[in-house]
Design a protein around this ligand. Structure first.
Ligand SMILES: [Fe+2]
Length: 389
């Protein structure tokens, strides 16, 4: 098997790294960025962490701050118009996964011929071209989008979260500064942290796992698992924040070189139809899907449990796997993850959409990478199991 690995050309990792943005742009020869962010980053003043260094270095930049959570094809089109309004030579994407995924979508769509739509790039199509390089600066730990070859964009006509993959989605550079995560509230800290853990676990048990991705996935699980409760309980725990941030980026590198699997495949339709935040819909599914998949990938799930510090090296695979399933359920309790029912989703609408959600999950291809590949009926059964977990 040949592993396909794509990464940013340059990554700056460490507390305070965002101050190096002007120097990074200089090194890459990109003097005229369009900053892409969301309205909250502007309102809260967080964006100044990126724009003040630019101003101090006399770098003129544009600002597109109309990104939305769960980025849509219509926002991408508006973003492409903003990108074309001036001779920008790059984008600086600043924020959680949504502004970064938006900038990636803009770069891909802006490189396409007139009339081409975002949905034309949905997997299995390859989105290998980008109009301009993207410099990604995540403020959560996190989606890992700063290092992956993926972006997820909602098709507003079809109410579908589309997975888009290719070299065009790989940021040219990433600034991974854990200090930017200190102000993230507990709920978002938990949701994005579970997303990271899911990336590492799915990247590790995936049928597309490979030794390069394995090393990153195991390192990420060892960083994330012991620190997730700490950052949730105390958002100012600097040591835990630093480990979570590195873990999230390494988890992103792991699944980008391997893949995600059934949790993500089933999670995207929940996000598309019910607007549940991405990490939270993963968390709702993670225990049930892991239980479903355990026997089919037992040695890897057991190794994951050991990497997470849940089982000793001497403990057998069965015992280690059982500890993993128990821990994922306990984590959801400790991080106050609601079931879809407790989240307030309408039961009749949920039941009415199960067939559609299962079809969309299967069409994304992600379930095919799972250690146990489910059929449609099994996916529906898993949605039902998660409903009132
Ligand atoms: Fe994710």
């Amino acid at each position: 098997m040949i592993a396909s690995v794509a990464s940013p050309r340059l990554m700056l990792i460490g507390g305070g790294a965002v101050a190096e943005l002007p120097a990074l742009l200089g090194k890459l020869g990109l003097p005229h960025p369009l900053v892409v962010t969301d309205p909250f980053m502007v309102r809260s003043g967080m964006i100044l962490r990126a724009t003040e260094p630019l101003q101090a270095a006399n770098i003129s930049f544009g600002l597109f701050s109309d990104t939305v959570s769960d980025p849509t094809d219509t926002v991408i089109e508006a973003g492409v118009a903003a990108l074309r309004a001036a001779p920008y030579d790059c984008m600086v994407a600043f924020g959680g996964g949504s502004p970064i995924d938006t900038a990636k979508g803009m770069a891909i769509l802006a490189a396409a011929a007139p009339g081409v739509k975002m949905r034309d790039f949905k997997v299995p199509a390859a989105a290998d071209r980008a109009a301009v390089p993207v410099i990604a600066i995540p403020t959560t730990a996190g989606t890992g989008s700063e290092v992956t070859r993926f972006t997820v964009i909602t098709d507003t006509e079809r109410n579908e979260k589309m997975l888009i993959a290719g070299l065009g989605a790989v940021p040219a550079a990433a600034i991974v500064d854990w200090r930017l995560t200190l102000s993230v509230p507990a709920r978002i800290t938990a949701d994005t942290g579970i997303d990271s853990l899911t990336h590492a676990l799915e990247g590790f048990v995936s049928k597309r796992a490979n030794p390069h991705a394995d090393a990153l996935a195991l390192a990420a699980m060892a960083l994330i698992a012991p620190n997730l409760r700490a950052v949730y309980a105390n958002p100012n725990d600097e040591a835990a924040r630093e480990k979570m941030m590195l873990g999230a980026t390494q988890a992103g590198m792991a699944f980008s070189a391997s893949s995600v699997a059934l949790v993500h495949g089933m999670s995207r339709p929940i996000g598309a139809h019910f607007h549940v935040p991405h990490g939270l819909s993963n968390a709702m599914l993670l225990p049930a899907v892991t239980r479903f998949s355990l026997e089919a990938g037992l040695p890897r799930y057991a190794a994951a449990a050991r990497a997470m510090g849940l089982a000793s090296a001497e403990e057998g695979d069965q015992a280690a796997g059982a500890r993993l399933v128990a821990e994922l359920a306990a984590l959801n309790r400790d991080l106050a993850v609601p079931s879809p029912r407790a989240y307030g989703i309408d039961e009749a609408r949920w039941n009415g959409l199960l067939e559609t959600m299962a079809d969309q999950a299967l069409a994304s291809g992600s379930p095919g990478n799972n250690p146990r590949v489910p059929d449609k009926a099994e996916i529906i059964a898993l949605y039902r199991e998660a409903w009132e977990a």
